[in-house]
Design a protein around this ligand. Structure first.
Ligand code: G3D
Length: 201
């Protein structure tokens, strides 16, 4: 009877957990995106005022539940000296969200270089990548075709993984749900692929 009840409990309440990295240059909007996501997906979550968020230094974490799936986010600092720490997290991640500041044309090639390193990393082979063209609420921002053109060198390097470029405003929430729902589908589908390092140990 105990086994039956505990099996039923697990079926009803146990969630599959996945780690998702949030990467991108400093000031791209990673922390704002994480707070917006937690506010939208966690009932009763009272986040900080989105306009008061300052750039990520170190690590922010957050968890959301979408149906039977739990996503655990690690929002890593994007300053040049902190980018060297990103790969320490790769082996344990099931998905990557890469945030681009669509209003910062000057740093677009810097962002592309950082993205290139992410997609060519062996430790992330096959891991789905959601590219967020953030700050689309700003009238003068670069469009999705502009950003795709600027990142066109990277297309061959993305490989066979799932990859989506999503227009987004972390501040207003536009595109956030669509991006998260896509990521959930991808990580769940990937469950049949080789497990990440964390699952082996
Ligand atoms: P980071 O974590 O990638 O370093 P933050 O970036 O989330 O700290 O955001 C950096 C700045 O960009 C913040 O402004 C934040 O309000 C702004 N920002 C983030 N997302 C958006 C967005 O979608 N639209 C607009 N217009 N601004 C956004 P400040 O002024 O605090 O530096």
């Amino acid at each position: 009877m105990y086994t039956l009840l505990s099996g039923l409990y697990k079926y009803m309440f146990q969630r599959d957990e996945y780690c998702v990295l949030i990467l991108g240059l400093d000031n791209a909007g990673k922390t704002t995106f994480l707070e917006q996501t937690k506010t939208r997906f966690n009932k009763n979550y009272k986040g900080m005022s989105l306009s008061k968020i300052t750039t990520t230094v170190g690590l922010n974490i957050g968890t959301i539940d979408v149906g039977k799936t739990r996503l655990m986010f690690w929002d890593l600092g994007g300053q040049e000296e902190l980018q060297s720490l990103w790969d320490k997290y790769y082996a344990e991640s099931h998905g990557v969200i890469y945030v681009i500041d669509s209003t910062d044309e000057e740093r677009l090639s810097e962002s592309k270089k950082a993205f290139e390193k992410v997609v060519t990393s062996e430790a992330l082979e096959g891991v789905p990548i959601l590219v967020l063209a953030n700050k689309q609420d700003v009238e003068t921002c670069l469009s999705i075709p502009d950003i795709k053109t600027a990142f066109s060198d990277c297309i061959n390097k993305i490989g066979k993984r799932d990859c989506l470029t999503q227009a987004c405003s972390a501040l207003t929430g536009k595109g956030v749900n669509e991006g998260i729902e896509w990521m959930v589908k991808c990580v769940v589908r990937n469950i049949h692929r080789p497990p990440r390092q964390k699952d082996i140990t």
